[in-house]
Design a protein around this ligand. Sequence first.
Ligand SMILES: [Zn+2]
Length: 334
Amino acid sequence: MRKIIILLIFFTSTSFLLAKETRPLKIVATATIMADMTKNIVGDQSVVHCIVPAGADPHVYDPTPADAKLIADADLIIQNGLTFEGWLSELISNSGTKAKVITLTEGVDVIGSLDYTNSNDPHAWMNAANALVYIKNIKDALVEINPKNEEVYNFNYGVYKQQIEQLDNYILKEIQKIPENRRILITSHDAFQYYGKKYGIRLEAIQGTSTEAEAQTSDIIRLTKTIKENNIPAVFIESTINPKLLKGLAKENDIVVGGELFADSLGDEESEAATYLDMLRYNTDVIVAALSREVAVPVSTSSEEAPSSPYLTWGLLGLLLIGGFFFVFRQINN
Ligand SMILES: [Zn+2]
């Protein structure tokens, strides 16, 4: 009987340990960029949930009851910080969660907000070198709450770190291709300050560092002046922000919308900015292509067909007629 009891205790304790070992962590990230970085380090060990969906604006997000449940059940909550997710602290306190909360911008060289005194710009991920701080914070937190997987986390971290470093070099090199006087980026909101500071491109935006601020007429006047003075060939819209103001600005100045940039959210899975690495690479390619353009062409959106020239149509008709004439002529002569 004693043997049976000992065996029973042994099996119960081992199965408990096994269960504890294999239970995947519940990780919740606030926005797509932080979620993607975390997935790269976690690998397929655990599922990473994301609160703000791709394409939505994390500055002004309105949490749902499902989000509160996610937060309540989480083991680890990952936020950007610097008031990027102004809605999160209330969500955390209401949920009564016991999860560890980490702030990825901790340790980043922060840039102050241009619009609000005593406030910082949250878009630190736009400088790939800062992403190295982000992923180290993620890796350290994962190792702390799940030390058994330390080796996996360290390995994934090493691979991802190298990819981010390569991307950082790529952006530095690419921006150099834009003529120096045209290295001015005109966008919807000030999400590109970190990007501009690191890679040598001046930033001019319609709105401030948060999308909550209203654009002023004075902003439009200031941007028009910048476009004219520097012969800027393009402005850029952002995936999470209404493009109306920027499209108007482009039309008024007879320049193009250089493309859609991703700043506060990744694109969906089919987009060219489905991951953090792809997002920065894609943005850079769009910016370099549009600002390197020699001649400014009139505004047209990608969905609109380019109007065909009437000369081209008449020219083709003429060629057809002449060809037909020669064909008939040869038939008659034969
Ligand atoms: Zn933003």
